[in-house]
Design a protein around this ligand. Structure first.
Ligand SMILES: NC(=O)c1ccc[n+]([C@@H]2O[C@H](COP(=O)([O-])OP(=O)(O)OC[C@H]3O[C@@H](n4cnc5c(N)ncnc54)[C@H](O)[C@@H]3O)[C@@H](O)[C@H]2O)c1
Length: 481
């Protein structure tokens, strides 16, 4: 390894023939390593995260890019929200946005060329599609679910995946408030009756929600938002969660689900879909509930034993229920909510005071806009800085930003197979420089190492990159500076 030259020896990437910068940029595309001409200045067009959408950063934060932002090609499918498109365009990336998903052959043709792809739920990124994506470094799912992506294949090929799990929490919480009032006043039934020409003015069994007890099961993103809104309406809030959590406002945690069911007038479910929550509301739990209470489920369909709910409703134990999610849900809109989907569907449809909605808890314009921002910001942080915070299929690794006062530093990102002895070999390579900070973590078979090293001169960057690439454990190497 040659002797490091002083810090100032690393040239500014000003776009005037810095072949090295262009060469390192090809760590995105190993096949064309070092063969392309340098393009125009990246600095001129680059918008920092801070300047583009208000995130606070110290002014001296150094933007890391071994590439021209204009060289980053982004394909956005399925009408990704404009908020997300704008953030990516402001980076200077080449963004192609298409309103629909693409047939597989067209998708394969397009995906060959891009470093970034953004999709929603319809585009299937299977292993057979991804194997053509030789330049791809990151996938943004502009939605909640990620089961349309082969996450394992992506990780094993150094492709990081991001989504937006929590941008719609508020939308769900607001729907819950609407449904609590709707159930208490039976206005779903009154509305249906009047649509059928029936005037049925009643007050029996209709209630104000003020002073009633709301029992929230699962006090996470949705549950805690709901807690605040419900107290504002004068409700008393209790919650049950497997984790000990500080209650917001005057709300109180109770020790068991049975405690909650025995005390609550309204029970809402906001737990994840995991084996422990399958049918967590079944015959025993309905028996624990107060007579004349209400159940709302906007979490996942598997959480409620629906035949047990139908029984509790028919026997008058429940005064009403609202369901937004079901064990089986149709793939598209249409007249699909029949017994062909779930054998008990007609019994459910025939119940009194039951609100049935087609999984719309998080479906608002605001949620879509927030998803656009959240996912696009994750993509930018990954492309420009190597940060994997909130990644779905990679370990979460972050380091504080490099500053302009650290001009001869480079950031090494090394995605590798999680096998014994790798770190020793990597550190032998990095050891010729000052390793200022380093973080590594693994997830299954894949590990992610990020290190900021100093005293690196320009001529050494390619050598550094090549040495890491030559290790047998390598999945992908990126050198950002
Ligand atoms: N209807 C919709 O459109 C819609 C939209 C968003 C989220 N969701 C669903 O709502 C649910 C909650 O979402 P979130 O974002 O609040 O999730 P979250 O991860 O923020 O919170 C879930 C909470 O449940 C708790 N929990 C886990 N297992 C539990 C158990 N066995 N008993 C009690 N508590 C338990 C966790 O500790 C956590 O506090 C998820 O199932 C999510 O998929 C539905």
């Amino acid at each position: 390894m040659s002797t490091p030259t002083p810090a100032q020896a690393i040239p500014e990437r000003n776009g005037h023939g810095d072949a090295l910068a262009r060469t390192v940029s090809n760590s995105f595309s190993n096949s064309s390593f070092g063969t392309q001409e340098l393009g125009s200045s990246p600095q001129a067009s680059f918008q920092s995260l801070a300047s583009s959408h208000g995130t606070h950063q110290r002014p001296s934060t150094k933007q890391l890019k071994p590439f021209h932002t204009g060289d980053i090609k982004v394909l956005l499918l399925e009408n990704v929200n404009k908020t997300g498109q704008d953030i990516l365009r402001k980076q200077g990336y080449q963004v192609e946005a298409i309103k629909s998903s693409l047939p597989e052959d067209q998708l394969i043709e397009k995906i060959r060329d891009v470093q970034v792809i953004g999709i929603r739920s319809k585009t299937q990124l299977t292993a057979s599609v991804l194997k053509h994506a030789k330049n791809l470094i990151v996938i943004g799912c502009f939605c909640i679910g990620t089961n349309q992506v082969d996450l394992k294949y992506a990780a094993e090929n150094g492709i990081c995946v991001f989504n937006s799990p929590f941008s719609n929490s508020r939308s769900v919480a607001e729907l819950m408030i609407g449904e609590i009032i709707a159930l208490a006043r039976q206005f779903g039934d009154r509305n249906t009756e009047l649509h059928n020409g029936i005037w049925n003015k009643v007050s029996a069994g209709c209630w104000e929600v003020r002073g009633k007890t709301l029992g929230i099961v699962g006090y996470g993103h949705v549950g805690s938002q709901l807690s605040v809104l419900a107290e504002a309406m004068g409700m008393k809030v209790i919650y049950y969660d497997v984790t000990n959590l500080m209650g917001l406002g005057l709300s109180n945690q109770v020790p068991t689900l049975d405690h909650l069911l025995q005390l609550a007038d309204f029970v809402t479910l906001h737990v994840p879909e995991i084996p422990e929550t399958t049918n967590m509301m079944s015959t025993h739990q309905f028996e624990q509930m107060k007579k004349g209470s209400y159940l709302i489920n906007a979490s996942r369909g598997s959480v409620v034993d629906i035949p047990a709910l139908i029984h509790a409703s028919q026997t008058g134990k429940l005064a009403g229920a609202a369901l937004d999610v079901y064990p089986n849900e149709p793939g598209g809109n249409g007249a699909h909510f029949t017994n062909d989907l779930n054998t008990w569907t007609q019994d459910l449809r025939d119940l009194k005071n039951i609100i049935l909605t087609p999984h719309i808890g998080g479906s608002t314009e605001e949620a879509q806009s927030a998803i656009g921002v959240e996912v696009a910001e994750s993509l930018v942080k990954y492309v420009n800085f190597g940060i994997t915070s909130a990644a779905v299929n990679m370990p979460e690794v972050t380091l504080r930003s490099l500053t302009m006062e650290e001009p001869n530093h480079v950031r090494v990102v090394y995605i590798h197979k999680n096998v014994p002895g790798v770190l020793r070999k990597v550190n032998e390579i990095l050891g010729d420089h000052n390793v200022d900070k380093q973080m590594t973590d693994s997830r299954g078979d894949v590990a992610y190492l990020m290190a900021d090293i100093s005293n690196v001169n320009t001529s050494e960057i390619r050598e550094l990159w090549q040495s890491l690439e030559d290790l047998g454990s390598r999945i992908r190497t990126r050198v950002l500076y």
